[in-house]
Design a protein around this ligand. Structure first.
Ligand code: B12
Ligand code: SF4
Ligand code: SF4
Length: 344
C-alpha cells in the first residue's frame, strides 16, 4: 500500500479547510474520518421500539446509517459544521429554527461553496457531497465524532460554547485530513431539567425520545389526526417545540444571537397570532411562509395545529374556530370541532 501524505501535512491541510469553512460563516467546524457510527445500535433499538412513528424513511435508510463510508461512494472524510439559529430569540408558537430561511437550502449551498473553495485552494480534484438532513446519516453521532459537542439527555447535541441551538451539516469528501478528537465527555451531570419539562412526557428516560409523543413530530411530521390525549398538552405550539432546550442551563448561559444574515428570523414569525392562522387561504399560507421550513406541513397541517393551539387557550377565539370548523379540509374541520368541544 503506498504511503499517504505525512501526518503533519494532513494536519496543515485540515487547518486550511477549517479556516475556509469559518470564513464562509459557519459557527462550529470539525473534521472526522468516516466509519462505523458509534450509536448505530441505539438507533436500531429506537426503531424497534416504534419511536419513529410514521417517519418510515428512517427505517428505509437504516443499513446505510450504520457506517458513514456507505453514504457517498469513495468518501473518507467529513467536514462537519454547526450553524447557530438563535437561542436568544423569545419562545413562541413557531420554534426558533423555523423562523427564517429554510436551513437545508442555506447550509447545502454554503457547503457546496466550501467544496469549490477546497478545490481552488487545496486540491482541484476533490469529490464531495453536502448533507443536511438529506441523507442516511446519524448527524448528531457524526458531529460528536468531529468534536462538536456531547449528546444531551434531551438527545440534542450540545456545544460548551454555543449550547444546542445549532444545525448540523456535513460535507463528505475523498480528501484525507487529520481528524479532530471526538467529544468524549458528557456535561449533563445530575441535571434532568429537560426530562421533567417536556409537556407530553416524550422522554422514555435520558437520551431516549419517543418521537410519537414529541410536539415537534406531532406538529411537523405527523400527517393525519393528532392523538386526542396529547392535544391538551401541546399548549400554543403550532410548528416544532423548543421546551427541552429552553430549560437547559447550557442554553440559558451560552446561546447566542444569529450572526448569519441568511438565517436571521423574520419578526412576523417570532410572535404569531395563532387564531389568525385559521383564516389563511392556501395562497396566503404559501406567501406568508415562503422559503421557510413551515411550508413542510402544508396549509392543512398548520391549520390543524393552530386549531389545537386555539383550543388550548383559556379564552379561545370562537369565531375563528367556528369558521375553521367549516373548512374545506376534513383534517382542519375535525380539529377545530375538537377545540370548540373543549369549551362547550
Ligand atoms: C428524525 C428527526 C427528528 C424527530 C426525532 C428526534 C429524535 N430525537 O430522534 C423529531 C421530529 C421529533 C425531531 C425533533 C427535533 N429536531 Co430533529 N431530526 C431528526 C433527524 C432527521 C434524525 C434523528 C434520528 O436519527 N433520530 C433517531 C434517534 C435514535 O437519534 P437521536 O435522537 O439523534 O439520538 C442519538 C443520541 O441521543 C444517541 N443516543 C441514543 N441513546 C443513547 C444513550 C446514551 C447513554 C448516549 C450517550 C447517547 C445515546 O444516539 C442517537 C443516534 O445517534 C435529524 C437529522 C439526521 N439525519 O440526523 C434531525 C436533527 C436531529 N433535528 C434537529 C433539530 C434542530 C430538531 C428540533 C430542535 C426541532 C424543533 N425545534 O422542533 C427538535 C428537537 C427534539 C429533540 N429533543 O430531539 C437537529 C439537531 C441539532 C442538534 N444540535 O442536535 C438535526 C441534527 C437536524 C440538523 N441537520 O440540524 N427531529
Ligand atoms: S421538543 Fe418539546 S415535546 Fe419534544 S421532547 Fe422536547 S420538550 Fe418534549
Ligand atoms: S437540561 Fe440538563 S440534562 Fe437536559 S440536556 Fe441540558 S444539561 Fe443535559
Amino acid at each position: 500500500m503506498p504511503a499517504g501524505p505525512p501526518a503533519a501535512e494532513l494536519g496543515d491541510t485540515a487547518e486550511r479547510v477549517k479556516a475556509l469553512a469559518y470564513a464562509l460563516g459557519f459557527d462550529l467546524v470539525g473534521v472526522t474520518t468516516l466509519g462505523p457510527a458509534e450509536t448505530a445500535p441505539e438507533f436500531r433499538d429506537w426503531l424497534a421500539k416504534g419511536y419513529a412513528g410514521t417517519m418510515e424513511y428512517l427505517a428505509r435508510g437504516a443499513d446505510k446509517r450504520d457506517d458513514t463510508r456507505w453514504v457517498f461512494e469513495g468518501s473518507i472524510t467529513a467536514v462537519v459544521v454547526g450553524m447557530n439559529y438563535g437561542g436568544t430569540q423569545p419562545s413562541g408558537p413557531i420554534a426558533r429554527y423555523a423562523r427564517g430561511r429554510d436551513y437545508h437550502d442555506v447550509i447545502v449551498d454554503r457547503l457546496n461553496e466550501l467544496l469549490s473553495r477546497i478545490r481552488e485552494d487545496v486540491s482541484p480534484d476533490v469529490r464531495g457531497k453536502p448533507y443536511v438532513d438529506t441523507g442516511p446519516i446519524l448527524e448528531r453521532d457524526l458531529a460528536r465524532r468531529a468534536g462538536l459537542g456531547w449528546f444531551g439527555k434531551n438527545t440534542n447535541l450540545i456545544n460548551p460554547q454555543l449550547g444546542s441551538y445549532f444545525f448540523i451539516g456535513s460535507l463528505l469528501i475523498d480528501l484525507p485530513l487529520a481528524p479532530d478528537e471526538s467529544f468524549a465527555t458528557d456535561h449533563c451531570g445530575t441535571c434532568t431539567r429537560c426530562l421533567e419539562a417536556c409537556p407530553t412526557s416524550a422522554f422514555d428516560g435520558a437520551y431516549q425520545l419517543n418521537a410519537t409523543r414529541c410536539i415537534s413530530y406531532l406538529t411537523i411530521e405527523l400527517r393525519h389526526d393528532i392523538p386526542v390525549e396529547l392535544r391538551p398538552l401541546m399548549r400554543d405550539l403550532v410548528f416544532g417545540c423548543d421546551i427541552c432546550q429552553e430549560v437547559c442551563p447550557w442554553n440559558v448561559k451560552f446561546s447566542q444571537d444569529v450572526r448569519d444574515a441568511e438565517l436571521r428570523p423574520r419578526a412576523e414569525l417570532t410572535s404569531v397570532d395563532v387564531a389568525g392562522l385559521l383564516a389563511l387561504s392556501d395562497e396566503q399560507f404559501r406567501a406568508k411562509f415562503r422559503g421557510t421550513p413551515v411550508l413542510r406541513t402544508k396549509r392543512k397541517g398548520l391549520l390543524r395545529n393552530a386549531a389545537v393551539a386555539v383550543g388550548n387557550n383559556e379564552h379561545p377565539d370562537r369565531v375563528a374556530l367556528q369558521r375553521a370548523a367549516q373548512d374545506a379540509e376534513p383534517l382542519v374541520r375535525s380539529h377545530a370541532q375538537w377545540a370548540l368541544d373543549q369549551h362547550s
